[in-house]
Design a protein around this ligand. Sequence first.
Ligand SMILES: C[S@@+](CC[C@H](N)C(=O)[O-])C[C@H]1O[C@@H](n2cnc3c(N)ncnc32)[C@H](O)[C@@H]1O
Length: 469
Amino acid sequence: MKRTYSEKKISRELIERLKNEPKRFILFLMNQSDKTIIYVLEKLGGLKNGFNKEPLLMLLSHTNENVRMLAIKNLAKLEDINLLPTFYEFAISDDSSIVRREAVSAIGRFRNEKMIPFLVNLLKDRDPKVVLQAIRGLLVFSYKLDVKNELIKLLNHPNELIQEIINKELIGEKQKSKIQQQVEAPDFLKNIVVYGDVQEVLRYVPNESVHLTFTSPPYYNARDYSIYQSYDEYLEFLESVFKEVHRVTKEGRFFVLNTSPIIIPRLSRQHSSKRYPIPYDIHPFLIKMGWEFIDDIVWVKPEASVKNRNAGFYQHRKPLAYKPNAVTEMLMVYRKKTDKLIDWNIKQYSWEIVKKSRVLGDYETTNVWYIEPTFDKVHTAVFPLELCNRVIKFYSFVGDLVFDPFAGSGTLGRAAINLERHFFLVEKEEKFIDRIREELGKVSRLFDQDEPTRFLEINEFIKLSQGEI
Ligand SMILES: C[S@@+](CC[C@H](N)C(=O)[O-])C[C@H]1O[C@@H](n2cnc3c(N)ncnc32)[C@H](O)[C@@H]1O
């Protein structure tokens, strides 16, 4: 029996009955005005599991775009992945843009990876609103590199709203979290001294954790604490460590390397001694691995700390045999390569931190630093505290994490505590670890009272890095 209803006559009970009786629902829909059908579709409410979708599928071929749109809207409530091809067909081919948008929104509702290729195709649609719907659906999967890459391409989309949403959701967010990461260092690295080989230790350090590295690596075989089979092997070792230092350094931050040419004394009077130009041999591979050369500072000591090389020449005064006594060491200053200006790094810090980190009073304005060397009863080549103080003050902010992969007696750690920075030290000789314990024990700490120094064996460090202790 043909019966038409005005929408005002349609009760909630009738709608519930229709929902449960598909055949009756179909008959009902065949006889109603567009207005009534739209009313019913708007009031359909939740659709239980087991709801028969035939009546709604029938409406997809209705001539009224609002009916088709609402049919899709209701079908989407079923979250039935088998409907994905149907929705896609409407999304690409319906004449009405409100139907197409609703179909894209229905696809987005699935939150299922199967929909990704469909939505990616829809990013090419001419209607910016269809594209925006597709973006919305894809943002859920923006952690996937391929999805992210597709979305990033839209930065050049002619529509300003699309550009804006991509900027905000992908670029802006990235920058925000990146800035956060720039200032903060992982807590587990703060104020620790690790007893182990730095090559192994660095494997467990996350990318971009460190603000500043200042170190003086072993001097090839010039002193008694390290033996390499060849100079090449020594350089390869340093290359592998500094590559890792590069990885763990934050964008645009500094690496200050203290080295100098060394001399391996001659075996006997029949042989000559050999000079190794360490800083010059290291420099090319640092540039290649992504460090930008910034400065060379010459550390001048009032007198040579190695044996006098002048005695022979002083006597005979014959050319070519001149051998100056070296009273300098190099501080090579590098910055992790970036297209960002130094200002970008500075702006990441709060006004209070910048103010607190200002280098006040007199300071050395040239690249020649006169600093007395320090002699230590245990370690033969320690940094003077003043050298660490200057490097830390010039190249880091209060609260930063400073790193020394070849810590020796741990002078950098002492300076860091005094200057309210955190430190991360690695040293592979036990006797020097004991020395660090002694040295750091002497420093009174007002800063970081909640984060006292921890001495860790390599296994403990690995567990700590994995959150196990
Ligand atoms: C020139 S000293 C550093 C001195 C230090 N700047 C100071 O103020 O005491 C180099 C240090 O690197 C350490 N070392 C050498 N190879 C290492 C490695 N593979 N891992 C960790 N430390 C290492 C040596 O034991 C030595 O103490």
